[in-house]
Design a protein around this ligand. Structure first.
Ligand code: SF4
Length: 234
């Protein structure tokens, strides 16, 4: 599960009036980007390989800790490997590596006064199409991927597991996972698409996000096996 936006640090007993650079907000997930942040890509502060897309239909955790199904895609700055910390957070220095150019949400977030942050959260989010030239052929590939691998389609296939033809449902799910999995290296090989920007272009791999449906994938060679999350982690 990912945070849709920055999570808010718990309040201390004495109310703050300024930032004490505790780093909590940067260690609990990178910001969601808004239209005003597009300029950071134009200036080269951010690259498409620094961000990832959460697609429509993904389940995320909101700042109030409730679960939320995204009604439209959002783009977030990546974490540090498996950790939540924003990739631009420098642990040793306790500082942001792009502080002077930090995104809108980061500038608005004052954990002692959330009014400005809440106002910013309502502003239009950046979309993939805002960062891709209109004549770039990748837009068509993204569109085809959206049609084939929509979360609505995956959810429908998963619900088929409880129906009379569960074998067919498994087949459908695996077909989606394999399409999403194998198209990525193919695009790098054939069209030289940056492999580090795949999660921006196509969202996180379905083999990862399928966990939101209580399933995970074991890969044995070219074969994918679907297993319930509990049995995979036990
Ligand atoms: S961009 Fe900078 S300020 Fe914003 S979350 Fe990352 S490290 Fe923190």
């Amino acid at each position: 599960m990912v945070q849709a936006n920055h999570i808010i640090p718990e309040r201390e007993e004495a109310p703050r009036t300024h930032c004490i650079r505790c780093g909590t907000c940067c260690m609990k997930g990178g910001p969601t980007l808004h239209e005003e942040d597009a300029i950071l890509f134009t200036k080269g502060i951010l690259k498409r390989s620094d961000v990832y897309t959460l697609r429509k239909g993904e389940v995320v955790r909101n700042i109030d800790d409730t679960l939320l199904v995204l009604e439209q895609e959002i783009i977030k700055i990546k974490g540090q490997g498996e950790a939540w910390s924003c990739m631009f957070y420098d642990d040793d220095q306790g500082a942001c590596r792009i502080y002077d150019h930090r995104p809108l949400e980061c500038r608005a977030l004052k954990c002692w006064d959330l009014r400005g942050f809440k106002e910013v959260m309502e502003r239009p989010c950046l979309q993939r199409r805002d960062l891709i030239k209109r004549d770039d052929g990748i837009l068509e590939i993204i569109s085809a991927h959206e049609q084939r691998c929509a979360y609505e389609t995956l959810e429908s296939a998963v619900s088929g597991l409880r129906g009379p033809d569960s074998d067919k449902a498994v087949e459908n799910i695996l077909a989606l996972l394999q399409y999403d999995h194998y198209m990525r290296p193919l695009l790098t090989e054939k069209l030289k698409v940056d492999p580090n920007a795949m999660d921006f272009f196509f969202g996180r791999p379905l083999t990862t996000t399928i966990r939101m449906f209580g399933l995970c994938v074991k890969q044995e060679g070219d074969t994918f096996l679907l297993v319930p999350v509990e049995s995979h982690t036990s």
